[in-house]
Design a protein around this ligand. Structure first.
Ligand code: 9WO
Length: 257
């Protein structure tokens, strides 16, 4: 079982992954566990102050070091019971954005502690003392690290054995865009003909043909076309087959006309 501890002023936010979808089912099946620690619970004074004004002046507030330190230590102690020595991850826009390879690397860890900041950030001495890795989910600022932590946890958990249904996970391994480096192909389901405001909207006939070799080729070609149109820079890192290079030429030709 993977063990994830989260240090956050807003533990209720994590109900979003604990109470819904495949992440919830995987929690029920003890594929992973989640324990939140609120720095506020480690403050002794009556006002439960977890933030203070920044040294040097300026707007906003900074999360105080001691409550964060106490919460991180509590999380470390819990993991130590299971003989896990967890890395501490700080969710921050001041980091290199996460890639699929990072998600796979982190999902291989037995336990992790996620540190979620709020306000203008956390006292830098906590980063120096505890943080092993800073992770960003993209170049934008959020109201706090919580949504980013949930993004990382969701992405890791779905990779764990038994989390996706068997068909899908088997397919994942050979077909995922991350593995083959292409974006996904389009998807269709019933009905074959959908009435959209009086217009007949149909499914590509090849998908109804029952010819699985042709279907696989169509999907691969659509994935290639989408990647070229939307994320052409992804193609640079790939080794394409002769067939795929032929398709790519056709795609470029048809784009010009
Ligand atoms: C910057 C800033 C500048 C001027 C005024 C206020 C400001 N707040 C911040 C800021 O970076 N706040 C962060 C809020 C402090 C750390 C936690 N917060 C956070 C994490 N926002 N966005 C993230 C995040 C994490 C991972 N990937 C993308 C965004």
């Amino acid at each position: 079982m993977k063990r994830y501890d989260v240090v956050t002023l807003f533990p209720e936010m994590f109900d979003a992954i604990a109470d819904s979808g495949v992440t919830r089912r995987a929690l029920d099946e003890k594929v992973w566990e989640l324990k939140c620690w609120n720095p506020r619970d480690f403050v002794r004074n009556v006002h439960k102050t977890v933030d203070d004004r920044p040294f040097g002046g300026g707007p906003g507030m900074v999360m105080k070091a001691e409550p964060l330190h106490q919460a991180i230590e509590a999380a470390r102690q819990r993991q130590q019971q299971f003989e896990v020595v967890p890395q501490v991850i700080y969710l921050s826009p001041q980091a290199r954005p996460l890639k699929d390879a990072d998600v796979r690397r982190l999902s291989a860890e037995e336990g992790l502690i996620f540190l979620c900041g709020r306000y203008e950030g956390i006292d830098e001495r906590v980063v120096q003392a505890h943080v092993d890795e800073e992770v960003s989910i993209g170049d934008y600022v959020l109201s706090g690290g919580e949504l980013a932590a949930m993004v990382v946890i969701d992405a890791m958990v779905r990779l764990l054995p038994g989390v996706l249904n068997d068909g899908a996970s088997a397919v994942e391994d050979s077909y995922s865009p991350a593995r083959h480096g292409l974006l996904d192909h389009p998807h269709y389901t019933r009905p074959e003909v959908w009435d959209l405001a009086g217009e007949r909207s149909v499914v590509p006939p090849v998908l109804l043909s029952g010819n699985h070799a042709e279907i696989a080729k169509w999907r691969r070609r659509m994935a290639l076309e989408r990647t070229w149109r939307r994320r052409p820079e992804l193609l640079a890192g790939l080794t394409l087959s002769k067939q795929e290079l032929r398709w790519l030429e056709e795609i470029k030709q048809s784009h010009q006309s």
